[in-house]
Design a protein around this ligand. Structure first.
Ligand code: GLU
Length: 388
């Protein structure tokens, strides 16, 4: 069979590592799966009830392509009241997870040769999706000692006349790094002056710890024309499997995304959307029911890690991940892919190698798993390293 010769396809490292872990599990092997970022908690009852009600009431037909109006309205309202943004329902489209939102957006924006600036360590799919649409990933690196934070100058340095998109991931996957209003304003000012679209991936905005404040790029009305926000119910609503995400953008962008959805997914599952609506109506309780155990698991992970490995890694300020250098594990290995594959193959512990995030020498652990699982995984890691 003939396959496209122009499509530049790469495998998602998070999906790959999670898939390998699930395969081992299916073969009856005890696997510690700290790969994909998933809050392992039961879905909030209000969400389940929302889905049941939708099915009973026959809401099982095609929904509007851009999403049910109730959800577009409720989610924009939630953003406005929670993060001081200024969206209407017409600025909001419901997508099959934040990931498809990002995919459709890059398809809608990019021409071959357009450059997309991303900040390493960056979420694994930014580069892969860019390349699928003929774009060129341009990476600017950050350092652990600077809190993995990028500056306006770093971005200026790599920007060219071809820069079309700057992807900001606030809060960051994999580091949990957050940006202040002042830092964001400075970056947004630069982007606006060069007509660069800022795509702000904010899917971890509800998972803030230690009183950290989250600032949305959508909360700067002066840059509204230049900013697209990606959001999702997956992480802070613990709805990974329902596939409900959002793009918040100026109306012409939403209209283009809607046309893309009309030719691709036809929209997100109707039942999932009604379930998400029930979740958004209870947002505070739902998010609290996810954030509290995630904070506890983060603390357990950090404490046990430091104790077992004599390390002093810091707790992530937000999100679901601990991004740890191989050195902190006491390992001499520098090739994170080799390390992660061996760790899974021989130690039955699934993680994601730093190189997939554009940062060699590191490993990402998701602390979304239950506490007992985290403890057992770290013990297994200690045993694995001890046997090397
Ligand atoms: N976004 C999550 C992660 O980084 C889920 C997997 C994915 O879609 O990449 O682990």
């Amino acid at each position: 069979m003939k396959l496209s010769s122009t499509l530049k396809l790469s495998v998602s490292a998070t999906i790959k590592m999670n898939g390998l872990a699930l395969q081992k599990k299916a073969a009856g092997i005890r696997v510690f799966n700290l790969s994909a970022g998933e809050p392992m908690v039961d879905c909030h009852p209000s969400i389940i009830e929302g889905a049941e009600r939708a099915m009973r009431e026959g809401k099982t037909h095609y929904p509007p392509v851009a999403g049910i109006p109730e959800l577009r309205q409720a989610f924009s309202d939630w953003m406005n009241t929670t993060y001081k943004t200024v969206y209407t329902s017409k600025n909001c489209i419901v997508t099959c997870g934040g990931k498809f939102g990002l995919y459709a957006l890059f398809q809608a924006i990019l021409d071959p040769g357009d450059e997309v600036v991303m900040i390493a360590p960056y979420w694994v799919s930014y580069s892969g999706i860019t390349e699928m649409f003929g774009g060129v990933p341009v990476v600017t690196s950050t350092k652990e000692e600077n809190g993995w934070r990028v500056s306006r100058e770093d971005i200026e340095r790599v920007s060219t006349a071809k820069t079309t998109i700057l992807v900001l991931n606030n809060a960051s996957n994999p580091t949990g790094t957050l940006y202040t209003r002042k830092q964001l304003r400075s970056i947004l000012e630069f982007a606006a002056s060069k007509h660069i679209t800022v795509v702000s991936d904010e899917v971890y905005s509800g998972l803030m710890y230690d009183n950290n404040e989250f600032v949305s790029c959508g909360s700067f009305p002066e840059f509204q024309e230049n900013v697209v926000v990606i959001q999702s119910c997956s992480k802070h609503f613990a709805m990974t499997g329902w596939r409900v995400g959002f793009v918040l953008a100026p109306e012409p962008v939403i209209s283009r995304l809607s046309t893309i959805q009309g030719q691709s997914t036809t929209g997100t599952s109707s039942i999932s959307q009604w379930a998400a609506l029930a979740g958004v109506h209870n947002a505070r309780a739902v998010i609290d029911s996810v954030r509290a155990p995630m904070r506890e698991r983060r603390d357990v992970f950090t404490k046990i890690f430091n104790k077992l490995f004599g390390a002093s890694i810091l707790s992530a300020p937000s999100g679901l991940y601990s991004f740890v250098s191989l050195k902190a594990l006491g390992s001499q290995e520098t090739d994170s892919m080799k390390f992660a594959l061996r760790l899974l193959e021989e130690g039955n512990i699934a993680t994601v190698p730093g190189v997939a995030f554009g940062q060699e020498g590191y490993l990402r652990f998701s602390f979304g798993a239950e506490k007992e699982e985290l403890e057992a995984a770290l013990q297994a890691l200690k045993t694995f390293l001890g046997s090397k």
